[in-house]
Design a protein around this ligand. Structure first.
Ligand code: NAD
Length: 386
């Protein structure tokens, strides 16, 4: 906005993550940004005064008190409030996932396309983590050769029954629209597509409520295939303890593994395909070098993305995670679930209308009764990816 030197920020949704955003903004962690208004439909607003407070996101959007909003409500409202905010002329940062399903994500992205002068970002803070940045550079530099196989076992998302009972919206088709793929995994799915691009087809096997009394998926194994022929598996769970977080990328020039906060690169001295074609003996293998890739052990900071959002509004800085790119993690989550529910391999791009239809059917046929209990307050930052 011409002449603007400071962004007046609003937060909609003051649950776990909304409170967290409010804390670092109130502590001055983001330059040239002032938290001026907050909204929540249920959470107490008293602690936020003298900020302007609203009992609903729509009222905050219409208030004229903010230039930009962070939408930190349950996922379905990311679409509705995101659209309302863009249409009201505000800049919008939506929490992950940008929407519950592809058709909604398209609606949100289309609204932004009609208001291109507004900044639309998504909270994928993992993109700033040095370990993932190093992997991205390794692939881009060609050091890994052509990507042939990917595997991410991310079963370190352990959640208890009390977690699922902590919010009425959680883990229901109607309130959340999915389980581990949509709530915990958007970060992993975003990083995977950021590093490797989108696969051409997926086959998912999703177990619904295997570990918890919930109706959505909490245990998943999926096969992915890229147009290049590269193959992959993605495994995730909220029921497994101790969990694993192991990302393995295999290219024709070597293999890199990120696990236990270490990046180990086993580098083929020559391309393995070339070696196979030219070797004179049957059991020979390319010589390998073991390389430890150093990286700064800095956890992702949500405030870094919010600072980037503010810099984009004020200076036109490029976004680390443009909102439109949030489509890919939604599409991947939907495709794995759709594949499992229809017992078929799903080609990408996903048929968003068919998936929306399926989800509406699940909502209509749901007989699940959600039990909600009060949960003792605990350090929510423990939930961030390690
Ligand atoms: N980027 C991250 O690391 C990260 C971490 C946690 C959660 N999230 C995302 O943030 C979102 C919220 O998660 P949470 O754990 O904070 O949930 P939560 O249930 O703790 O909080 C959501 C809040 O939104 C409020 N709300 C709902 N509809 C509203 C409306 N129309 N107007 C105003 N307030 C409204 C609710 O009253 C509730 O207080 C989810 O989409 C989740 O995926 C992102």
């Amino acid at each position: 906005m011409a002449g603007m030197t400071n962004v007046r920020m609003g937060i909609i949704g003051l649950g776990n993550i909304g409170k967290y955003h409010a804390d670092y903004l109130r502590n001055g962690k983001v330059n040239r940004c002032e938290l001026t208004a907050v909204a929540d439909a249920f959470a107490p607003l008293e602690p936020y005064r003298p900020l302007k407070t609203f009992p609903d996101g729509a009222e905050l959007i219409a208030s004229g008190e903010v230039d930009a909003v962070i939408v930190a409500t349950p996922h379905y409202q990311h679409t509705t409030l995101g659209i309302a905010a863009l249409e009201a002329g505000l800049h919008v940062m939506v929490e992950k996932p940008i929407s519950v399903h592809k058709a909604d994500a398209e609606r949100l992205i289309a609204t932004h396309a009609r208001h291109p002068q507004r900044v639309f970002g998504a909270m994928f803070q993992l993109r700033t983590e040095p370990r993932y940045v190093k992997l991205k550079h390794l692939i881009a530099s060609g050091e890994l050769g052509e990507l042939v196989r990917v595997s991410w076992i991310m079963t370190d998302w352990f959640r208890t029954e009390a977690y699922y009972a902590s919010g009425g919206w959680r883990a229901t088709w109607k309130g959340e629209g999915g389980g581990v793929l949509l709530n915990q995994c958007p970060h992993n799915l975003d990083i995977l597509q950021w590093l490797c691009g989108m696969p051409a087809r997926v086959r998912g096997f999703c177990q619904l409520g295997r570990y918890h009394g919930i109706e959505v998926e909490d245990n998943v194994t999926a096969y992915w295939e890229w147009a290049s022929g590269a193959s992959g598996v993605f495994v995730t769970s909220t029921g497994e303890a101790p969990g694993t977080n192991r990302l393995e990328l295999c290219g024709t020039r070597g293999k890199v593994v990120l696990e236990n906060n270490r990046i180990a690169f086993t580098r083929n001295q020559v391309d393995m395909v070339e070696y196979s074609r030219t070797a004179k003996t049957g059991f020979a293998r390319p010589e390998v070098w073991h390389v430890e890739i150093p990286f700064e052990n800095a956890p992702a900071q949500h405030s870094t993305l919010t600072q980037n959002f503010v810099d984009a509004i004020l200076d036109g800085a490029p976004l680390i995670a443009p909102g439109a790119e949030g489509m890919n993690s939604v599409e991947l989550a939907n495709a794995m679930l759709f594949s499992s529910l229809t017992n078929a391999t799903v080609p990408l791009p996903l048929d968003g209308a068919a998936y929306e239809h399926k989800l509406l059917q699940l909502i209509a046929e749901s007989k699940f009764e959600k039990k909600v209990i009060a949960v003792s307050s605990e350090d929510f930052t423990k939930s961030f990816v390690r």
